[in-house]
Design a protein around this ligand. Structure first.
Ligand code: GRF
Length: 224
């Protein structure tokens, strides 16, 4: 087995299915890294149990115990730094991070968002796409910048919206795509093919468009 020299830190708040996708991508040697820690801001996050079962170090930093967003973010950043992560992965981490936190991990902080960014940042993305009569929906991996869900997209996967779709059916078709694309985006970053320069995602030396790479269309570019 390849000795993983790269280390991930994964932040969760809930069920942690994207985190589990990282664990299995590592097991299947599609992602050459180790998970140094999984940190949750919620003690009851189900994903903590799954991480522990996989033998991963877990920590809970309960945001309700901090008086301000700033003190929570500082404690979180200090804890993360102690694991010396090459990449910090937000995987259903439901806290808005302060600019200070984001700047501290700038260029090594990624998120997955369940919409085709730049459309529908924020919450209730599938419902909003349906209400707007969109023809397609999807998910986007992006670098995190201080603007909420506004950092440069890296990789998107899209699905067609069917006439009888509701938010639940859409989410159930999109989630497996999230699990497919997120570890791939992380591997592209860890291998050095993908970087953040200023406010721009750069892939193989080329500035990516505002929607990033496309999972279906750009397969030949992702896996060389
Ligand atoms: C995913 O839909 C992700 O896109 C969003 O929150 C959800 C997290 O799910 N940011 P899980 O905790 O990874 O199962």
């Amino acid at each position: 087995m390849i000795n993983p020299s790269k280390r991930l830190a994964i932040l969760i708040s809930g069920r942690g299915s994207n985190m589990e996708a990282f664990i299995s991508a590592i097991e299947q040697q599609q992602l050459h890294a180790e998970v140094g820690c999984v940190i949750s801001n919620k003690p009851a996050a189900l994903g903590l149990e799954a991480a522990q079962a996989a033998g991963i170090v877990t920590q809970c930093i309960d945001h309700t115990r901090f008086a301000t967003r700033h003190t929570f973010d500082t404690a979180l950043a200090d804890a993360l730094e102690s694991y010396q992560p090459d990449l910090v992965v937000l995987a259903g981490f439901m806290r808005i991070l302060t600019e200070g936190f984001v700047e501290r991990f700038s260029g090594r902080l990624i998120n997955i968002h369940p919409s085709l960014l730049p459309k529908y940042p924020g919450l209730n993305t599938h419902q909003r796409a349906l209400q707007a009569n969109e023809r397609e929906a999807g998910a986007t991996v992006h670098y995190v910048t201080p603007e909420l869900d506004g950092g440069p997209p890296i990789l998107q996967a899209r699905v067609a919206i069917e006439a009888n779709d509701d938010a639940t059916s859409l989410a159930s078709r999109i989630l497996p795509l999230e699990h497919a694309i997120y570890p791939v985006a992380a591997q592209l970053h860890l291998s050095g093919r993908l970087t953040l320069r200023g406010n721009q995602a750069v892939f193989d030396g080329e500035a990516l468009p505002s929607t990033g790479l496309d999972w279906q269309r750009d397969q030949h570019r992702l896996f060389l």
